[in-house]
Write a protein that binds this ligand. Structure first.
Ligand SMILES: NC(=O)c1ccc[n+]([C@@H]2O[C@H](COP(=O)([O-])OP(=O)(O)OC[C@H]3O[C@@H](n4cnc5c(N)ncnc54)[C@H](OP(=O)(O)O)[C@@H]3O)[C@@H](O)[C@H]2O)c1
Ligand SMILES: *[C@@H]1O[C@H](CO)[C@@H](O)[C@H](O)[C@H]1NC(C)=O
Ligand SMILES: *[C@@H]1O[C@H](CO)[C@@H](O)[C@H](O)[C@H]1NC(C)=O
Length: 339
């Protein structure tokens, strides 16, 4: 049991070194490389943590997680913050030992509102500063309507947050290839260092992930268990629940792991950070110990084949009435190459 705890920072650091360096191409200003403050590749998700939120977050820290993924939109930052304080107290660690991410919600895209939004997240979480602040979606959305503010203007305001020391890094989530390229092209001095997106064996997005790695943008995989998050519902033509998929179960058996550990380690092996969420102590611990689930080349080949499903669970495009994920693999199973 002891070994994984010492393995965690080392493994994370080694992988971080491979995959996180300063962005150079198309950018004149030098950027602070992500590796100077390596993101711990296994993080803890907090979306839909409700009843015993602070217990779960505290337990995650006690178990060994050093990276917590939060968002204003999850509506639980205050409880997550209590969990962080409790976890730090119980482990004797300090704030600086953690990597804390939060996200700007769609109704705060007005450049005049961005600083107040991060201040609110920092205050609720009680963390002093963030390690990473993400634009949750490219979509500005409030009573005025949709996309009344250009995400590039929002991005410019987010760049100022780095200069003000409110967050060490900035990035985006759920952007299309065109949108991320636009941000990269128009950044003043802080290009996006992280892109968080839905990634699991049924939505592998290999071309898009590689494009980011080629441009030194670190990728974080959300919903690593595919449709397991109950908010996604069964879905009409959804594939077999990932953790019940016979290929995943077979690999888990061969490697003496659980299906959840296989799913997480597949993501870590690709060099992405992975942020599973659970409200249960046993799952939280099980997911941490995915670091001991070593996959072989043949396992990765089998999982690669599951990618033909191309199933995306998180797509509010229709309900919001905006195009999202343009030119990416979509839920109809079409695979579009990313150029
Ligand atoms: N940027 C974005 O737009 C965005 C979107 C989605 C998610 N995220 C982030 O990514 C995180 C993870 O994604 P997610 O919450 O959608 O889904 P997920 O982590 O893939 O799945 C969570 C579900 O899996 C269950 N589970 C956890 N560990 C398990 C295990 N070992 N065995 C069996 N079941 C297990 C959980 O159950 P219990 O909770 O009941 O234990 C929960 O129902 C989120 O919490 C959030 O931080 C970001
Ligand atoms: C949260 O509550 C559920 C249900 O009572 C329990 O099974 C789970 O272990 C609790 N989680 C933590 C981290 O205490
Ligand atoms: C998991 O698979 C078994 C058979 O392999 C099936 O009986 C069961 O209903 C499946 N469970 C879910 C949740 O899909």
């Amino acid at each position: 049991m002891r070994s994984v705890l010492s393995l965690l920072p080392l493994a994370a650091f080694a992988l971080a070194q491979q995959h996180q360096v300063a962005i150079k191409e198309d950018n004149i200003q030098p950027v602070r490389p992500l590796v100077q403050e390596a993101i711990s590749l296994l993080g803890f998700g907090t979306w839909r943590l409700t009843d015993n939120t602070s217990e779960a977050v505290s337990w995650a820290i006690q178990t060994g997680y050093r990276h917590i993924d939060c968002a204003a939109a999850y509506g639980n930052e205050r409880e997550v913050g209590e969990g962080i304080r409790d976890g730090l107290a119980k482990t004797g660690l300090s704030r600086d030992d953690l990597w804390i991410t939060s996200k700007l919600w769609n109704d705060q895209h007005d450049p005049k509102k961005v600083e107040a939004a991060i201040d609110a997240s920092i205050e609720k979480l009680g963390v002093g500063y963030l390690n990473l602040y993400l634009m949750h979606w490219s979509v500005a959305q409030n009573a005025i309507g949709l996309n009344y503010i250009d995400y590039l203007d929002t991005w410019e305001a987010m760049e100022d947050l780095v200069d003000k020391g409110k967050t060490h890094h900035i990035g985006v989530a759920n952007f299309s290839p065109h949108e991320i390229k636009e941000v990269l092209k128009h950044s003043k001095s802080h290009p996006p260092q992280v892109h968080q997106m839905e990634l699991h064996p049924y939505l592998q997005q290999a071309d898009f992930v590689k494009w980011h790695q080629d441009h030194n943008i670190h990728v974080t995989a959300y919903s690593p268990f595919a449709g397991t998050n109950p908010v996604y519902g069964p879905g009409d033509d959804a594939p077999t629940p990932l953790l019940n998929n016979s290929v995943i179960k077979e690999i888990a058996k061969d490697r003496d792991c659980t299906p959840a550990q296989v799913a997480i380690m597949w993501g870590l092996t690709r060099g992405t950070s992975v942020i599973p969420k659970s409200s249960h102590k046993e799952y939280i611990t099980e997911n941490l110990y995915s670091l001991q689930c070593i996959l072989e080349e043949e396992d990765l080949k089998k999982i690669h084949k599951l990618g033909k499903e191309h199933f995306r669970f998180n797509n509010p495009a229709a309900s919001w009435g905006v195009p999202l994920y343009e030119d990416l693999e979509d839920s109809l199973g079409e695979h579009k190459e990313h150029s």
